[in-house]
Ligand binder design. Sequence first.
Ligand SMILES: NC(=O)CC[C@H](N)C(=O)O
Length: 231
Amino acid sequence: MNFAVLVFPGSNCDIDLYKAIEDSIGEPVDYVWHTESDLSKYDCILVPGGFSYGDYLRCGAIAQFTNVMKSVVKAAEEGKYILGICNGFQVLTEARLLPGALLRNNGMKFRCHQTALKVENNTTAFTRDYAEGEIITIPIAHGEGNYYCDDATLKELQENKQIVFRYEAGSNPNGSLDDIAGISNKAGNVVGMMPHPERAVHEILGSADGKKMFTSILSAWREKHDAAAIR
Ligand SMILES: NC(=O)CC[C@H](N)C(=O)O
């Protein structure tokens, strides 16, 4: 399985994400610079955290216009797996691959600490190795992670089981609507989340609970390919 880690000017979690893939599943992974447009080789595209284009205008607002993001939109339509983490989530909402927006944290502070997340949907390709309702420890590091959408969109997210992760009740760190920490698109192949699973892939980092996101995606891809090979 081939992974791409996108790199924009200002990305700063790209190396962590690359290493997380290497260390947790050992599959081939490349850095892909924002000027590239050929993503045909890749089965999964990872959009990392950081401060793309210095967070000018709004987080992710400029990154959405890059060559590589035009190809990410096509890849999403083809059903390829796409995961946006933190700034990556912000980029995916700006590119309209995911609904809603990420606003300034309530309290206006940059929050950087472990959070307790509840796995709300373990049927996505990125969460199938977790149990539904499992509480996992994953760190956050953001100033603009306050998820917001209108009432009709929230209803849709709830009804379609597009809410993938919630902050555990009473521990919402940023004011996100309905305690939302991560969502998927309707088809389930695009996921965005504010917490950083790539920073939680070994006990020495304080938690290894993020590792199952990467084992999940590999097993989902293998299952799809084995089924195609049998046909
Ligand atoms: N770690 C990150 O990706 C930070 C995201 C974004 N720049 C923010 O502060 O909200």
